[in-house]
Design a protein around this ligand. Structure first.
Ligand SMILES: C[S@@+](CC[C@H](N)C(=O)[O-])C[C@H]1O[C@@H](n2cnc3c(N)ncnc32)[C@H](O)[C@@H]1O
Length: 655
């Protein structure tokens, strides 16, 4: 802040504790004045609180807390730039003023400056790691792409957020990748891989002098690789090259240099398993990987010692549970002990899928499967469960301002209709520990993944196979029903929605996620390309299709590489190759809501979109006005790129 700005804020250079006229001020008076202003502030009388804080500052121009509080009041009145300047001044006066950093971050965010917002929150975390700051940090991180990280402070906090599960890894991935790209070893490697693509570079050229060992030093990269699909085409190309280099080392019979390097290669194998081997594969790599898999099979059968890099390299190309005899790799009788990183791969790729198969046999059928479409959709999700995830985030939280009023009643009966692999179900169950949750889906492989994860977290959720179209036969009622990303895959989404409504208690809430017609023009373009090139929903064609899209100049097609679903096989199939997909408009939703006598309770959207909407259509009532949202979407068709996600309420029974 320069001197002029400081003067404009009233910091006149008077000594602390001196009034403007230079009269000594008395500290009891200051405390009283602050308390009175704070009372107005707390009561929501913002203009009066502002007037009082300004008055205090005219008497005590160096009172840091009052500058900070004035900043908060200004922020509450949408005056972000003065709020930021006030708070900066407060922090200059008192650098350990904890609450100042949160306020400053909010002001920066409202000004569209996420990087300094995250800087401010990192400072707050260093002072006091509260749940509130952690929550703000992860929410803001989602929309931040870093261009610098002095002293590695941001990287340290991002890594901590990832390791401690402050949010779903997927929400942190893009920000973490921007930090990883600040590592010159990675960034130079990406540039080299990108420039050569689709040709692959020899390891020495790809990795430069530093080699794989330098990549192994990047903790954030390694931990992210283990936790969630990486959603960046450049990084993907680079990692595909590194995977190929690892295969060369393993096939040549040489051992990887050290424990760190092995860990790094194992992290790549974790990543490839999680993304279901979605990376483009050259013919020669496919052949070499196949040969290594056969050689591994022979050694397993013969009970011979196995080079430690072999199971890692094979696991980066095929799931280990598909390697004949691989189940014996962990058995005591083999007398070969593995480093922890290989043990972890054996758990991920052999034990966990085996456990899911055991659980699948015990999943009950609550209602049969009805019709051709449901059967085809079931088949797709049996082969390609959705979503792919390893670690859930913090307990679910809806980002709408009004969510508290609409939260389900205590000890509610909850139905998750079309729970998939259970990510949202599990986050909800962690939030509503006392709720009775029934989660249904068509796909047993999805349900068994969800069940294994729920068991791991000690959550009692009832999982069952059922078709929504048959749920009216189960004779149960619910206070809260979720159907996110499900109804648009039914033969008649409106019929499915009506059935779910028949299970909702009067006064109950339903959360729906539906594809927006306006936001999916890119998917329509991709489906046209898929039809033209005759691609089928099989791994080989999905890889080809992804390559075409990544290489496309056409912005609509190219935009698909920005969404997370592009980066795993199942999710890409879900995104572009679905056997049944309806795209919906807001007028259609509006007429359904009216016909069913429902109350539209609002969209679940990020804060920035809600702010833009409020600037275009001010007032609380506009938030639930679907005509206003329709007009807003016409102006900004990507508003609902992540679906229309909203809640509706059923009228309470008349007394
Ligand atoms: C895109 S996934 C969404 C999963 C989950 N709701 C989420 O948001 O992560 C769609 C899921 O809906 C399920 N589904 C589709 N039609 C269904 C139906 N008629 N009855 C039950 N489940 C259905 C599919 O099997 C699939 O697991």
């Amino acid at each position: 802040m320069n001197r002029k700005q400081r003067r404009a804020l009233g910091r006149s250079g008077a000594k602390p504790g001196m009034g403007l006229a230079g009269t000594p001020a008395n500290s009891a008076t200051l405390a009283e004045l602050v308390a009175a202003a704070a009372a107005q502030h707390q009561a929501g009388a913002l203009s009066e609180a502002e007037r009082r804080y300004r008055h205090i500052l005219s008497l005590f121009p160096n009172h840091a807390e009052t500058h900070s509080r004035l900043g908060a009041v200004l922020m509450a009145q949408n005056n972000a730039s003065e709020a930021a300047a006030r708070t900066e001044l407060a922090l200059e006066l008192k650098p350990d003023l904890f609450e100042g950093y949160g306020n400053l971050a909010q002001a920066y965010m409202a000004m569209g400056k996420p990087e300094p917002a995250i800087q401010a929150l990192s400072r707050a975390l260093e002072i006091n790691e509260t749940e509130q700051v952690k929550d703000l940090f992860t929410r803001y991180l989602k929309d931040t792409r870093f261009t610098a990280d002095k002293n590695g402070r941001l990287r340290r906090w991002a890594l901590r957020a990832l390791l401690q599960g402050w949010a779903r890894p997927r929400e942190l991935t893009a920000a973490c990748i921007s930090l990883i790209r600040l590592n010159p070893v990675v960034n130079d490697g990406i540039a080299r891989a990108d420039a050569a693509w689709p040709a692959r570079l020899p390891a020495a050229e790809l990795l430069g002098e530093a080699g794989a060992a330098a990549l192994a030093e990047d903790d954030l990269l390694c931990r992210l690789l283990e936790r969630d699909p990486l959603t960046d085409i450049g990084l993907e190309r680079f990692l595909a090259g590194v995977r190929s280099a690892m295969l060369t080392v393993a096939s040549g019979g040489a051992e990887a240099a050290g424990a760190r390097e092995l860990e790094f290669y194992s992290a790549i194998a974790h990543q490839c398993y999680v993304n279901e081997y979605v990376y483009a594969l050259t013919e020669s790599d496919a052949a070499r990987a196949g040969e290594l898999k056969s050689a591994l099979t022979v050694k397993i059968k013969a009970g011979e010692p196995i080079p430690v890099l072999w199971p890692i390299a094979v696991a980066a190309y095929f799931p280990l549970h598909g390697v004949p005899g691989a189940a014996s790799l962990r058995s005591q009788s083999r007398r070969q002990s593995w480093p922890p990183c290989v043990e972890a791969l054996l758990v991920q790729q052999i034990e966990e899928p085996a456990e899911e198969q055991r659980l699948a046999a015990a999943i009950s059928v609550l209602a049969g499967i009805d019709g051709e479409v449901s059967r085809a959709v079931r088949q797709q999700y049996e082969e390609s469960p959705y979503p792919r995830w390893v670690i859930s985030g913090a307990p679910a939280q809806s980002p709408t301002a009004e969510r508290d009023d609409r939260a389900p009643a205590p000890a509610p009966d909850v139905l998750i209709a079309g729970c998939g692999t259970g990510l949202s179900t599990i986050e909800l169950a962690r939030q509503l520990r006392h709720a009775r949750i029934l989660a249904i889906d068509l796909s047993v492989s999805s349900l068994s993944y969800a069940k294994r994860m729920a068991q791991q977290l000690g959550l009692a959720i009832e999982f069952a196979q059922a078709d929504i179209m048959k749920l009216d036969s189960i004779g149960r009622e619910f206070d809260f029903i979720d159907a996110s990303g499900v109804l648009h895959h039914m033969a008649d989404p409106w019929a499915g929605w009506r059935i779910l409504l028949s299970l909702l208690r009067p006064g109950g809430t339903m959360q729906i996620g539906l594809y927006s017609d306006a936001a999916r023009r890119n998917v329509v373009a991709a489906r046209a390309l898929i039809a033209e090139r005759g691609y089928r929903a099989i791994a080989e064609d999905i890889r080809r299709c992804r390559e075409d899209i990544a290489a496309a100049e056409e912005p609509l097609l190219k935009s698909l590489t920005q969404g997370p679903d592009f980066f795993t096989m199942s999710e890409c199939r879900d995104l572009l190759f679905h056997v049944q997909e309806h795209r919906i408009t807001l007028p259609e939703i509006k007429s359904f809501v009216a016909a069913q006598n429902l109350t539209f309770a609002g969209f679940i959207l990020d804060a920035a979109t809600l702010r833009r909407f409020a600037a275009r259509f001010p007032g609380r009532a506009a938030l639930t006005n679907l005509d206003r949202w329709h007009a807003f979407e016409a102006e900004a068709p990507n508003t609902f790129a992540g679906m229309y996600q909203f809640q509706v309420q059923k009228p309470a029974r008349r007394p």
